[in-house]
Design a protein around this ligand. Structure first.
Ligand code: PMP
Ligand code: GLU
Length: 396
């Protein structure tokens, strides 16, 4: 730790997903044959119809600063998308386009949290929530869930976690890392608890909305009339459109929050990349059916990987309903010594798998869960099959 650096940055934990991906890259350059199942990134190319829109934008000289909160045409496309897919009505004053959903979440934390404000995070939560909250001087309050409740927070747990300092609750549905999806009824029962606490704001991260395998329909907290004015709906194009590197995310929110995010962005990024924004107008305007082929493929791979994982002794898997991760409980290995390596926790197991199976996964610790590891199946069936057989033999 360098003392010249701020306490703020010294207190941040590096993103475990990105760090594991970097570690895998380094090992590959050293000649190791690493299969990467650590990063949540579709292995598809961005669809041609979106790439064409970007090329057109370059040729049409879209090279100037954009409005800080996004091109008007993009906001219109987002407003139409919210209505079409979620039956949510937002106007332009309520929409802000950012450099990825990650920045959208960062903005929300920065504009809403004061020192010591608590943010309830049902565990497992997406890796960056906790540090984004801490960077805004907030206090993450973790609510543990387990495979037995399909990794979902119950109304009772929510009620018990609320204190006078609670400012927000953040969750993703479909969830990264568990793949669980809150049904409309389950969200309603959480909303009923929040009715008694009208100052609490909900951040509903719906970036995996379209990666849904058809068991539980996607539901948005903002759909409830009594929650609309205190919910921030976060979304982005990285996952469903295979556009991780294009870095576009957005929010639909109460206008005062959107205005504050706009003000912050004006001092930090001046807005998201112009060409990426033009491409996303096309991505969001077209029907989501155009990218369904990726969801169909992920669904097949889910069945494939679950079959393979369930054949490994000591791996207890949930049935993910969306996103592209499995989050097996591997606690059966804790306290054991395998090939001379002592496995005391999920981090030890993930490290063991990297070193002895040449497979990169992510420890559940990074997501606020000590018993699991996250395995991404946004990889080819061949890689999945090789990776799981390597894991199996390294553990046997
Ligand atoms: N939320 C969740 C749940 C995610 O998995 C991710 C990962 N990309 C993000 C937000 C951030 O998305 P983006 O790449 O658009 O910043
Ligand atoms: N969201 C992806 C993941 O969880 C990408 C990595 C990141 O943004 O941290 O793996």
């Amino acid at each position: 730790m360098n003392k010249q650096l701020s306490d703020r940055i010294n207190s941040v934990t590096p993103s475990a997903t990105l760090e594991m991906a970097a570690k895998a890259r380094t090992l590959r350059t050293e000649g190791k044959d690493i299969i990467g199942l650590s990063l949540g990134e579709p292995d598809f190319n961005t669809p041609d119809f979106i790439k064409k829109a970007a090329i057109q934008a370059v040729n049409d000289n879209f090279n100037s600063y954009t409005p800080v909160d996004g091109y008007v045409e993009l906001k219109d496309a987002i407003i139409t998308k919210f209505k079409r897919d979620n039956d949510l009505v937002y106007d332009k004053s309520q929409v802000v386009v950012s450099t990825g959903a990650k920045q959208a979440l960062y903005n929300v934390a920065q504009v809403l949290l004061n020192k010591g404000d608590e943010v309830i995070l049902p565990c497992p939560y997406w890796v960056s929530y906790s540090d984004i909250v801490k960077l805004a001087d907030g206090v993450p309050v973790e609510v543990a869930t387990s495979i037995e409740t399909d990794f979902k927070m119950t109304p009772k747990q929510l009620e018990a976690a609320i204190t006078p300092k609670t400012k927000m609750i953040w969750y993703s549905s479909p969830c990264n890392p568990s793949g669980s999806i809150y049904s409309k009824e389950e969200l309603r029962s959480l909303a009923d608890v929040l009715q008694k606490h009208p100052h609490i704001i909900v951040v509903s991260d719906e970036i995996y909305e379209h990666i849904n395998y058809g068991v539980t329909a996607h539901a948005s907290m903002a759909n409830f009339e009594d929650m609309y004015d205190r919910t921030v709906t976060v979304n982005g194009v990285a996952k469903a459109f295979a556009m991780t590197g294009w870095r576009i995310g957005y929010i639909g929110a109460p206008a005062y929050i959107a205005r504050a995010c706009n003000k912050l962005q004006g001092q930090v990024t001046s807005g998201a990349n112009c060409i990426a924004q033009r491409a996303v107008i096309t991505a969001l305007t077209e029907s989501p059916d155009r990218v369904q082929y990726m969801v169909d493929e992920f669904k097949e791979r889910r069945a494939y990987i679950l079959d393979l994982l369930n054949s490994i002794d000591g791996f207890k898997c949930n049935q993910p309903e969306g996103a592209f991760y499995v989050f097996p409980d591997v606690s059966a290995y804790f306290g054991k010594t395998i090939n001379g390596s002592r496995i005391n926790n999920a981090s030890d197991l993930a490290m063991y798998l990297l070193e002895h199976a040449n497979v990169a996964t992510v420890t559940g610790d990074a997501f606020g869960n000590k018993n699991c590891i996250r395995i991404s199946y946004a990889a080819s069936k061949k890689d999945i099959s090789n990776a799981i057989s390597r894991i199996k033999s390294a553990l046997s």
